[in-house]
Design a protein around this ligand. Structure first.
Ligand code: BGC
Length: 774
């Protein structure tokens, strides 16, 4: 069949749309005013003052790199600082802001940044957990709660959302993102931006409880080779545009105010001095109008990349469009000399300074530099409403991976042994990147079981620590002290003996183990993603008692669970659930909450399968067990342990009657879903598409729409999603948008392993103004 490559005018329209997406968000009248204000201010600024605006030191305790900022207060007073990060609380912020306002010649206010990643004081589940809720409203709400608390602490800028597509669970930072899928990742990316900033950036200056978001890490940081943090990224344009760039672009279209460049190189060019990336894709193709900040000392690190010394790498970065220098201070040191040598650099300095000042203007800092700095606002911190929202998010983030013989939910009358370090430990509950969150305020599983409101009777529950969370002294030394208080290992034989004694007297054994929070996140890659051996050994010993084991996991990445799967009747993946971990887990174990989370990253059978992701491309020799020469391993099947989108519930759902039809510019997909159990529940209905007549090889299937529905026992519902036909297009090998009519197979189900299919010829009809990709 002949394919139609509809480029030309459609492509033109797309790029025009790409540009207009931001233009619509930035109201032209408000922007004209902002530009006039900033131009006038800049006409009064000296070169040094302009360069000062480009400097972003850190003041505080959260250090994520080898370099520390020094004498920041004096630098602020000298006009050498445009913003600071890691300082919060009204008193601390006011002190710094006053220096900038009162002691510098022009009184330009500071940006006040912080890594508010999954909550500020009230901590929500880690982002990978949040993504498992598939509840966009709830995710947006989590960012909005975070914004309320962060602004009450004087912050006006968060370094979030992190939207790096992650297909390699060895990489520790998978915990910070939304998993492997570009469509879901894009929806989550925009929900986060809206939660932090509101839907209209024009209103940012009027909403003291909103702050600027910063989409990171631009770009492709999740593509690090071998899952090792900060490592090389080498990627075709085809993969980059189709799989990795969409979530950043979604944030841009949602109006994100700032972008952070990533540490990695891309095909030989580090992101921080990558003109094609910053000027080409971000500015020109996508029409981004906000400000670009580097990651922590990323300009200095170009020296390690072997790209020359200070002045050279500063020159390359400013020219490429990295505008604010995080911690490194190379701009402060070298830009003046660069200008003296070549006046052309003024153009780049001005460009950077202008974008930074425009951000401050859009935030309303010139009219109110002390934005939100009212002690009274502190009452929002950990408010009942915020805690409820965090608990709901935690409950919806849990993924039930196994539930043999319906061992869960537990009966309130059952005698249960609660065993494992995560039953009482609080330090890990809030995960990594938990900002201003105080782990002591989080509620452990045991706290929740024994709290006054608990419906579980004290005589029915017993506790034993069972094992150490970690026993590998080398690893413990690496994690301590920055990544949490890790106690020295206790006598493991004694711990096991106590656990066996407690377990013997019970009917069911709940084991809570996993990782410590420092084992995922930044600089926390692991080559072995099994549970630690001694945890596995404990589970095996408990299994000899012949009682059902319920495994409650806390961890920041998909783990290899093959060695414990046969010994556990049920597995509940809880990630790091946040401040309200305990009540959320207890509610789920005892059936007050029916699990509805679905994993957003594939769980492999072993590390050798990595990278493994559901939307991998077709091969010419697909797996066939009866044929030797097909794409497979000799020692493990191609199947994951748990596929993307998978998650059980206490209810059972049945899918039927999938229909697919074209209507105007959409493909309308409808399916019926029935709760065939006696228990009310929620299900994430997932729709996928496969292109059967493509010019290029395409993913075996890709998510094109989903809806989370609530179904009472016995209830059925019709679920419909409208897939814009343009959504079925893709980028070609040159990174150009490509639409082609042809036959698609649509499918539906409760995971990426769908069973109901429908084929349909799609002719590709477009709305003239639709943004044609995810
Ligand atoms: C991380 C960023 C973070 C920054 C500031 C870096 O090490 O890569 O994600 O925003 O530190 O703390």
């Amino acid at each position: 069949m002949k394919k139609t490559h509809i480029l030309g005018s459609i492509l033109f329209a797309f790029f025009a749309i790409g540009n207009s997406a931001q233009a619509q968000i930035y109201n032209p009248f408000a922007e004209a005013k902002a530009n006039a204000f900033v131009d006038s201010l800049m006409s009064k600024m000296t070169l040094d003052e302009k360069i000062g605006q480009l400097n972003l030191p850190s003041v505080g305790f959260d250090v994520t790199g080898p370099v520390l900022s020094k004498d920041v207060e004096a630098k602020i007073a000298r006009g050498e600082v445009g913003g600071v990060f890691n300082t919060f609380t009204p008193i601390a912020v006011r002190k710094l802001q006053e220096r900038a306002i009162k002691e510098t010649r022009l009184g330009i206010p500071l940006l006040l940044g912080y890594d508010v990643i999954h909550g500020h004081r009230t901590i929500f589940p880690i982002p990978l957990g949040l993504s498992a809720t598939w509840n966009l409203g709830l995710i947006e709400q989590s960012a909005s709660v975070a914004a309320k608390e962060a602004t009450a602490d004087g912050l006006n800028w968060t370094f979030s959302p992190m939207v790096d597509i992650a297909r390699d669970p060895r990489w520790g930072r998978v915990s910070e993102g939304a998993g492997e899928d570009p469509y879901l990742g894009s929806r989550i990316s925009e929900a986060m931006v809206w939660g932090y900033q509101g839907k209209n950036i024009e209103n940012l200056s009027k909403q003291n409880d909103k702050l600027m978001a910063c989409v990171k890490h631009f770009a492709l940081y999740g593509g690090a080779e071998a899952g090792r943090d900060y490592n090389t990224v080498d990627m075709s344009l085809y993969k980059m545009y189709n799989d990795y760039l969409p979530p950043y672009k979604a944030a841009i279209n949602a109006g994100v105010a700032t972008v952070m460049t990533s540490f990695n190189d891309i095909n030989g060019m580090p992101a921080t001095c990558n003109e094609d990336l910053i000027q080409g894709i971000l500015r020109k193709e996508w029409g981004f109008k906000g400000m670009v900040v580097t990651d922590y000392t990323a300009i200095n690190e170009l020296e390690n990349h072997g790209m020359g010394i200070g002045k050279t790498v500063a020159a390359r970065s400013i020219k490429a469009g990295a505008e604010m220098d995080m911690v490194g201070e190379l701009y402060l040191l070298h830009l003046e000399y660069l200008f003296a040598e070549n006046p052309e650099y003024l153009k780049y300095i001005d460009r950077a300074c202008k974008n930074i000042l425009l951000s401050k203007y859009r935030l309303g800092l010139f009219s109110d530099p002390y934005r939100g700095l009212d002690e009274k606002n502190q009452s929002v911190m950990l408010s009942v409403e915020h805690l409820q929202s965090a608990q709901k998010a935690a409950e919806e983030s849990f993924v039930l991976l196994k539930n043999e013989n319906q061992v869960l939910p537990l009966k309130p009358t059952s005698k249960v042994a609660f065993i494992g370090p995560h039953i009482k430990r609080k330090r890990d509950l809030i995960g990594s990147w938990s900002g201003a969150g105080d782990w002591k305020k989080s509620v452990s599983i045991w706290d929740a079981l024994t709290s006054t409101g608990s419906t579980v009777k004290a005589e029915n529950i017993k506790y034993a620590e069972g094992c150490n969370l970690l026993e590998d002294l080398e690893l413990i030394a690496k994690l301590n002290p920055h990544d949490g208080q890790i106690e020295s290992p206790k006598d493991s034989k004694k711990l096991l003996k106590e656990a066996m004694a407690v377990a013997k007297k019970s009917e069911v054994i709940v084991v809570a183990v996993g990782e410590t929070f420092g084992m995922s996140g930044e600089a926390a890659s692991r080559s072995n993603i099994h549970l630690p051996v001694h945890q596995v050994e404990m589970i095996k010993s408990l299994h000899t008692l012949g009682k059902p084991i319920v495994l409650v996991l806390m961890n920041g990445r998909p783990l290899v669970l093959t060695d414990v799967l046969p010994y556990c009747s049920a597995i509940l993946e809880c990630w790091f659930p946040g401040t309200q971990a305990g009540p959320a887990i207890v509610n789920t174990l005892y059936g007050k909450n029916n699990p509805s989370g679905k994993i957003t990253m594939t769980f492999p059978q072993n590390e050798g399968q990595i990278p493994i992701y559901y939307n991998s491309r077709t091969t010419g020799r697909p797996f066939d067990n009866n044929q030797k020469y097909t794409s497979k391993y000799l020692d493990v099947s191609n199947e994951p342990l748990f596929p993307f989108g998978f998650g059980l519930s206490y209810s059972n759902f049945e899918y039927s009657n999938l229909t697919a039809e074209t209507k105007g510019t959409s493909v309308v997909l409808t399916a019926e879903i029935k709760n065939i159990s006696q228990i009310d529940g929620q299900e994430v209905v997932q729709f996928y598409a496969s292109d059967l007549e493509a010019t290029y090889t395409r993913p075996k299937k890709q998510l094109v729409g989903f809806e989370k529905v609530t179904l009472k026992a016995g209830e059925s519902k019709k679920v419909t999603v409208n897939v814009e036909q343009s959504q079925l297009g893709y980028y070609d090998q040159k990174g150009e948008w490509f639409f082609e009519p042809g036959i698609f197979r649509f499918s539906v189900g409760g995971s990426s392993q769908t069973t109901l299919n429908k084929e349909l010829k799609v002719l590709m009809t477009f709305k003239p103004h639709v943004t044609p990709e995810f």
